[in-house]
Design a protein around this ligand. Structure first.
Ligand SMILES: Nc1ncnc2c1ncn2[C@@H]1O[C@H](COP(=O)(O)OP(=O)(O)OP(=O)(O)O)[C@@H](O)[C@H]1O
Ligand SMILES: Nc1ncnc2c1ncn2[C@@H]1O[C@H](COP(=O)(O)OP(=O)(O)OP(=O)(O)O)[C@@H](O)[C@H]1O
Ligand SMILES: [Mg+2]
Ligand SMILES: [Mg+2]
Lengths: 251, 251
């Protein structure tokens, strides 16, 4: 049955969408059957895939219809439309709706279900994502607010596990937007790594470098790992997928 | 009476907090009486000011107690604590609570009330901020998703104005994290500027350059416009405050 991985942290603009899309691509490149679900009404992941999700949207999914669009890059997509924003209004406080749609029959279809999460304090939509998740990948942008936010989010995850009565595992903390030449970035990453190592929280060895190739790819209408796969910074997402798969084998 | 300005857009990590804190500093530098309200449970603005908001928090404000901390930089702060996250849970669907606390008596105390908003689709906390606002400053990070998000957010603002039955004005769109040497950034900003000019939406002449001085300042525990005010990129926030004040005079 598919493993469901949420790409999640409350801080904004730290690379959740970039990670969800490129990690999905990387897994698909290794022959895995992947479903990407865009849980953000802003629809950034959906736009990056250049797909019109009418009829195969996350809103449809919440309303009880499972339908996904097949992309050219080996993964399927359930994309976000504007009406997804009405779900928290109409179904405030209900957190099990997404999990209920990811039935065993859906989960036999895929090896991995990746969920791109919206930013902000946990409320109806992200909590639906969390309830459906087996694991989370937590992007840690190499800056102070973002790093503090990861520590805070891990605490939140642990108390959510209490509430949920089950354990959402941390697949790993992923350092993103890393400027290796900046002493501040290096210090922030070193401190976070030391703190998480002490707590037994896994951190991916792969770090995603800060590079203009990522926003440029979006501007030009491409998925970075599809169009620019030999670019040093972009390759890091294939390395991430490979590192993740190697850990899977070793469990 | 104070004018209330929300720094607001749904996209994450585009410089809302950096703008709220440095714009407040810039206004205070010109002798204006400023109150900064941190409406984000993540408390990034509060941390940047290095202030413990216990007893003078936004949570206290929602619960009916007005109390602000006086900072060393000429503005007062009502800071965010973790319990602010419980407001949307306990008072879901109530959007007038913040406005009700910003009484005429409070508003005679200040020239400007600046609200730092959380990211994400509009829900209880940001809607409280919007209901309390006279104007919004909309940060536009010079990247595709962020630019699309500004256009979408302006639509959302207009339909909210229908719902509110009053007009929250757009004080201006502020280009942030602008890499002038990047053709992609220049194109994105040009397209946005052309589109908004046609719609009569004001865009600040001042643009905030992308620069490591901003995350470095946060890392080192400083407000950029306080500690690095002669830095070319940081000065832009004083220019922004001055541009805003000049427009005020000219209305
Ligand atoms: N490694 C990187 N280097 C430089 N820019 C990057 C990198 N990764 C992502 N970006 C850019 O940074 C911006 C934010 O990234 P992204 O949208 O993936 O973050 P997010 O966490 O999903 O944001 P949100 O919180 O709004 O959902 C985008 O313009 C993206 O193209
Ligand atoms: N002009 C700039 N150049 C480079 N980095 C910047 C600039 N402005 C802000 N930053 C950095 O970018 C990150 C995001 O900025 P900030 O926290 O102000 O955005 P935000 O919109 O408030 O994010 P959120 O949506 O999470 O509230 C921070 O690490 C900040 O220090
Ligand atoms: Mg995103
Ligand atoms: Mg912020």
């Amino acid at each position: 049955l598919a493993k469901t991985i949420a790409v999640m942290v409350e801080k904004g603009g730290v690379g959740k969408t970039t990670t969800a899309v490129n990690f999905s691509t990387g897994l698909a490149n290794r022959g895995k059957r992947v479903l990407l679900i865009d849980l953000d009404p802003q629809g950034n992941a959906t736009n990056e895939c250049g797909i019109d999700p009418t009829g195969s949207s996350t809103y449809d999914l919440f309303k009880g219809t499972f339908s996904a669009a097949v992309t050219k890059w080996g993964f399927d997509l359930i994309g976000a439309t504007q009406d997804l924003a009405s779900i928290p209004l109409d179904h405030s406080g209900r957190y099990e709706m997404l999990a209920a749609q990811l039935t065993d029959s859906v989960r036999t279809h895929y090896d991995y279900i990746i969920i791109d999460m919206p930013p902000g304090t946990l409320e109806t939509l992200p909590l639906n994502g969390l309830y459906a998740a087996d694991e989370v990948i937590i992007p840690l942008q190499a800056e102070q607010h973002a790093s503090d936010g990861v520590a805070g989010f891990i605490d939140t995850l642990w108390s959510q596990n209490e509430v949920l009565g089950r354990e959402v595992k941390i697949a790993g903390v992923l350092v993103t937007m890393y400027t290796a030449s900046s002493p501040e970035c290096r210090q922030i990453v070193q401190e976070a790594t030391d703190a998480f190592d002490d707590l037994g929280i896994p951190i991916f060895v792969t770090k995603i470098p800060r590079s203009r190739i990522f926003p440029n790819a979006v501007r030009r209408g491409h998925i970075a790992l599809v169009k620019y796969k030999s670019h040093k910074a972009v390759k890091a997402y294939q390395d991430l997928a490979d590192e993740y798969l190697l850990r899977e084998v070793n469990r």
